[in-house]
Ligand binder design. Structure first.
Ligand SMILES: Cc1ncc(C[n+]2csc(CCOP(=O)(O)OP(=O)(O)O)c2C)c(N)n1
Ligand code: SF4
Length: 422
């Protein structure tokens, strides 16, 4: 069986309590013989959240404090109890998103929330959170926190959780985690632990066990027998995908095996639009597709990359490590995709002729994508890709543009002319 962790050297500072939690979750998944592909880890923002790169299961990394809301959404979509949904959240995230936890407990959603309570915001430098105990020194309360922390366990249990526990993160904590993961309903474990980098440094004379005791929050577990959330039969939500119009198959594909494509250029140069048109054209040829966009938070500057999978059969994993085709239209795109291009041992690199060609095992085709004008260079590159590979036909792309009413907004005549010279 695939283990939950893909490494034993986890990305935390030496002695960080987060390490113990991750290793104990892995131990439980292994002990219960839960298939990691039936496990969905929803991680929050913070040091604990960087665990997802060390996990072999499905992972979702959300906004700070929103992990339980994301997990709730997943549970609404997947009610089957064999699918284990485990939230990894810090004390910071747990109090920023307190209401999400309360709502999940109130509905008794079948999921497990593991609160990594190291009494402070670790990742941002040791600030107080809503769970910081009175008297505990943080960078925002160097003389000791003057406030009382929430009793998250009491609140979750009062809200309606099936199982709640508060434990000290020392030694083997797997039995409590096992109990939580096997609970058919909402479970929350608050694990008190320490952040050596800030917690110990700011509270040098204090022992961890004494801090736990002084917090005034009881160690223990609380449980009740309560049915987990299920949709009332009369209100079963329809699958939203069923409401989407299906792309009509107009032509049959020539593609026999899946291909992955990375289209990389600059923000404002239509990368995502071009990828959307290309994938839609592929759908009209009966292909399954995935499309993922990446760009910096500042969406108007820097790179813009689209990762595309096209396949004659269903696609179950959209991630692309090394693509079969790389289409690079600008310096930003090259910088963002350089490592992948260098990793290509075969396939084809279509690259704008103004750019330096990286060392690669891919076949190289240098083209003048930007001759058409920077703004339309990505769309032109999509046309060139179609013409050169035949994976999607040029006509299908044109049809999508015309049928979507985009023909008068895009320089189709100019593109056709330039395409004739390729
Ligand atoms: C909405 C929002 N506010 C603030 C931040 C900045 N931020 C990033 S990590 C972090 C602290 C995380 O602390 P905690 O949730 O306790 O997790 P830990 O790092 O201790 O594991 C903060 C405040 C953010 N990413 N998002
Ligand atoms: S800063 Fe603190 S919480 Fe973050 S990894 Fe280091 S010890 Fe852990």
């Amino acid at each position: 069986m695939t283990p939950l962790l893909n490494t034993s050297s986890l990305p935390f500072c030496k002695g960080c309590g987060h390490d113990l939690i991750a290793k104990n979750v892995a131990k439980v998944i292994d002990y219960l013989k839960i298939n990691v592909f039936d496990t969905i880890a929803v991680t929050d923002i913070g040091c604990h959240g960087i665990i997802d790169k060390a996990l072999n299961c499905h992972t979702v990394h959300g906004l700070h404090g929103r992990s339980t809301a994301l997990a709730a959404g997943i549970r609404f979509g997947v009610l089957s109890p064999e699918k284990k949904i485990i939230v990894f959240v810090g004390d910071g995230g747990a109090t920023i998103g307190l209401q999400h936890i309360m709502e999940a407990a109130r509905l008794n959603l079948n999921l497990t929330v593991l609160v990594h309570n190291n009494f402070l915001y670790g990742m941002t430098g040791g600030q107080s959170s809503g769970l910081t105990p009175t008297g505990f020194a943080t960078t925002t309360s160097t003389d000791g926190n003057p406030f009382t922390g929430y009793d998250l366990c009491a609140m979750s249990f009062a809200a309606g959780a099936s199982y709640v526990a508060r434990i000290v993160g020392i030694g083997d904590i797997s039995k409590t985690i096992e109990k939580a993961i096997t609970t058919n309903g909402f479970s929350l474990v608050e694990i008190m632990e320490i952040c050596p980098s800030y917690g110990i440094k700011l509270n040098p004379k204090r022992k961890f066990t004494e801090i736990v005791e002084a917090s005034g929050k009881p160690i223990g577990e609380w449980e009740r027998n309560r049915a987990p959330f299920d949709f009332p039969k009369w209100k079963k939500t329809a699958n939203l995908f069923d409401k989407l119009p299906k792309a009509e198959t107009l032509k049959s594909t020539k593609l026999e095996t899946p291909v992955s494509i990375v289209l990389s250029g600059s923000a404002g140069e239509g990368v995502q639009l071009a990828a959307g048109i290309l994938t839609k054209a592929a759908m009209t040829e009966g292909l399954e597709i995935t499309q993922k966009g990446s760009y910096p938070v500042t969406v108007g500057v820097g790179f813009s990359t689209a990762e595309i999978n096209l396949s004659p059969s269903e696609i179950h994993f959209h991630g692309i490590d090394i693509p079969d085709y790389a289409v690079i239209t600008s310096t930003d795109g090259l910088a963002h995709s350089r490592k992948r291009i260098e990793g290509m041992k075969s396939g084809v690199l279509f690259i704008d002729k103004s750019l330096p060609v990286p060392t690669t095992g891919a076949k190289i085709e240098q083209l003048d994508f930007r001759s058409i004008g920077a703004r339309d260079s990505s769309l032109f590159a999509a046309f060139v890709f179609a013409k050169k590979t035949g994976i999607v036909s040029v006509d299908s792309i044109l049809n999508v543009i015309i049928n979507d009413g985009k023909a008068d907004k895009l320089p189709l005549e100019k593109i056709k002319e330039a395409l004739a010279t390729v």
